[in-house]
Design a protein around this ligand. Structure first.
Ligand code: ACO
Ligand code: OAA
Length: 437
């Protein structure tokens, strides 16, 4: 058994009595009421999910295992010659709640290398899809195809399912998937946009470094990849991708079924696809200007035109956050400290939108949060390093998001969380509750 799995087993054994005590002795303690607005309005604010992997404060933003983004970057072991940590170290932290040593980190790096080979049948599936399929449809299909190799499903179908130990199979599937998602993403990218030429993995590189290498993009794109995957990993468990993954896994579907579902949710324009939409919107705006430098007035008009046509401003607003997303700030700071990027016209435009859009959205008066989210800032960095195919951006998000979703469903099985099944009511029942019928 790997050291990570051993440490995780220990953490699970320590944690289980806490969950058992709450369920056995305190099940009736109320966490709040549910009102009609919440029942119709996407369950906003209802506390009915439990996760210890991350927590989202509306004002402060995300904390991974209690750590803010800067604290996370500071604490974890760094890749030699880089100021960014190993993604593998972050995986350890999400799973166990502890910061790993360099030795423990390198063990995960090695473990993922052993698991990273893309099966030929996955490549066959990708190649059989129409080449103009959306990269998210390709990515989701690749994940779903790998279900045939699920350790969890094999144990279940052989009649050996055990509630206490099934997390171990989930961990195996999660590790196998985590190791393969970067190479699969790079394969899709190069098949679709780089003349179907491919670059073999470099056995000397970590996960983030290898992703940059297999994409064919030189340094500092390896750092961009590490930063990107870590900050996009998790956003507590009620967001669409995490919740979809958790929901599907709650039926004891394996990690491949579950995360393919999560990816399908991430592909929606109100969720992960917003990072594609931001670039599309920005490029459209630039092309209307025909090369002219945008003015604040021109930008305000474009924002109002979008709102008046009934569209949302992509990259702005949030279901929980009520201030600028710290993931936006992290990426903005990366741009500001990177020579070339800080004066890049597209970054200047994104910064100008940051100055103008919150005022426009406030005046518009609908969005509860007029501030930018993670998606408003990620595309410009990709564009600068040559990834101009913005329909690919959500695949990058999906590689990172797997860290959170897969850590969560491993713990779901460890703690025996039940099959999810909220209750529905009819409109008439709501009218009766409201006293209007
Ligand atoms: C990784 C992520 O998923 S981060 C989010 C990525 N998505 C985007 O950036 C898309 C743009 N933003 C949005 O559509 C929304 O802000 C969401 C989906 C993120 C959150 O939705 P909600 O929690 O329903 O937001 P909120 O309660 O503020 O919505 C109230 C109203 O303001 C509108 N609104 C919210 N954000 C925006 C926006 N950026 N532009 C225009 N209108 C907006 C909503 O559409 C809603 O209008 P309605 O009453 O006509 O239905
Ligand atoms: O938290 C949410 O609802 C959306 C989001 O920012 C994410 O999933 O990263």
């Amino acid at each position: 058994m790997s050291t990570l799995k051993q440490v995780l087993a220990q953490k699970i054994a320590e944690h289980r009595p806490r969950t058992t005590k709450l369920v056995k002795e305190f099940s009736d303690v109320s966490l709040g009421e549910v009102n009609i607005g919440q029942a119709i309005g996407g369950a906003r604010g209802i506390k009915c999910l439990v996760t210890d992997i991350s927590y989202l404060d509306p004002m402060e933003g995300i904390r991974f295992r209690g750590k803010t983004i800067p604290e996370t970057f500071e604490a974890l072991p760094k890749v030699p010659g880089s100021e960014y940590p190993y993604v593998e170290a972050f995986w350890w932290m999400l799973l166990t709640g502890d910061v790993p040593t360099m030795e423990q980190t390198l063990e995960v790096v090695e473990d993922w290398k052993q698991r990273a080979q893309i099966p030929q049948y996955v490549i066959d599936v990708l190649r059989a899809l129409p080449r103009d399929s959306h990269p998210m449809a390709m990515f989701s299909s690749a994940i779903l195809a790998m279900q045939r190799d699920s350790v969890f499903a094999k144990t279940y179908s052989s009649g050996k399912f055990n509630k206490m130990t099934c997390w171990e199979d989930m961990y195996e599937d999660a590790s196998n998937m985590m190791a393969k998602l970067g190479p699969i993403g790079a394969y899709i990218y190069r098949m679709k946009y780089m003349g179907d030429t491919h670059i073999a993995a470099d056995p000397d590189l970590d996960m983030g470094g290898n992703f940059a290498h297999m994409m064919g993009i030189p340094a500092p794109y390896d750092n961009v990849a590490r930063m990107y995957f870590i900050i996009h990993s998790d956003h507590e468990s009620g967001n669409v991708s995490a919740h979809a993954t958790h929901l599907v896994a709650s039926a004891l579907s394996d990690a491949y079924y579950a995360y393919s579902a999560g990816i399908n949710g991430l592909a929606g324009p109100l969720h992960g696809l917003a990072n594609e939409e931001v670039l599309r919107w920005t490029q459209n705006f630039m092309s209307h200007l025909g090369g002219e430098v945008p003015t604040e007035e021109g930008l305000k008009k474009a924002l109002w035109d979008t709102l008046n046509s009934g569209q949302v401003i992509p990259g702005y607003g949030h279901a929980v956050l009520r201030k600028t997303d710290p993931r936006y700030t992290t990426q903005r700071e990366f741009c500001l400290k990177t020579e070339g990027l800080k004066d890049y016209p597209l970054f200047k435009l994104v910064s100008m939108i940051f100055e103008v859009a919150p005022g426009v959205l406030t005046e518009h008066g609908k969005a509860k949060n007029p501030w930018p989210n993670v998606d408003a800032q990620s595309g410009v960095i990709q564009w600068y390093y040559g990834v101009t195919q913005y329909e690919f951006y959500t695949v990058l998000f999906g590689i990172g998001r797997a860290l959170g979703c897969l850590a969560n469903i491993t713990w779901d099985r460890a703690l025996g969380y039940g099959i999810e099944r909220p209750k529905s009511v009819t409109t008439e029942m709501l009218e009766k509750a409201a006293g209007i019928k």
